[in-house]
Design a protein. Structure first.
Length: 150
């Protein structure tokens, strides 16, 4: 499972001109699922996302996690995180899971994140044509792959 985290001062996602999820200060989490992902990947990622100290403390040092700053989380599915650009100019998405596997894994990540958060998790709509708007704070953007836990 791959995620791209963006620390945001605000973010929202629209489907058919309707806002389906929105947050103020917090994390936008773009999620890509592959067939090799497991429940252990989900739990590890949820803990990593919610414990990552990427918010400023009183001394302007990134020393706080999303809960410590009363932040929110918006989770959006994005199969293109598993794009392979090794050959040619058209990305291959063969590693991205099909919906029958990806949807339960995505929903499981949302549930695990909720266990770690004091505020409700906001989401997009899996598989929909979504318009994501964000104001990247910092900017702080972090790539995490559960298969590469370095």
């Amino acid at each position: 499972m791959r995620v791209l985290l963006q620390r945001v001062s605000e973010a929202s996602v629209q489907v058919e001109q309707q806002i389906v999820g929105a947050i103020s200060h917090g994390l936008l989490v773009l999620v890509g699922v592959e067939d090799l992902d497991t429940k252990e990947d989900v739990v590890w990622l949820a803990n990593k996302i919610t414990q990552l100290r990427i918010f400023n403390d009183a001394n302007a040092v990134m020393n706080c996690n999303v809960n410590e700053v009363q932040g929110e989380i918006l989770v959006v599915s994005q199969f293109t995180l598993h794009a392979s650009t090794k050959k040619g100019n058209r990305p291959s998405y063969i590693r991205a899971s099909k919906p029958d596997f990806a949807i339960p894994m995505y929903e499981s990540l949302v549930q695990e994140l909720q266990k770690n958060m004091s505020k409700p998790i906001q989401t997009g709509v899996f598989g929909a044509d979504m318009k994501v708007t964000l104001v990247n704070d910092g900017p702080v953007t972090i790539w995490i792959d559960s298969k590469n836990k370095e």
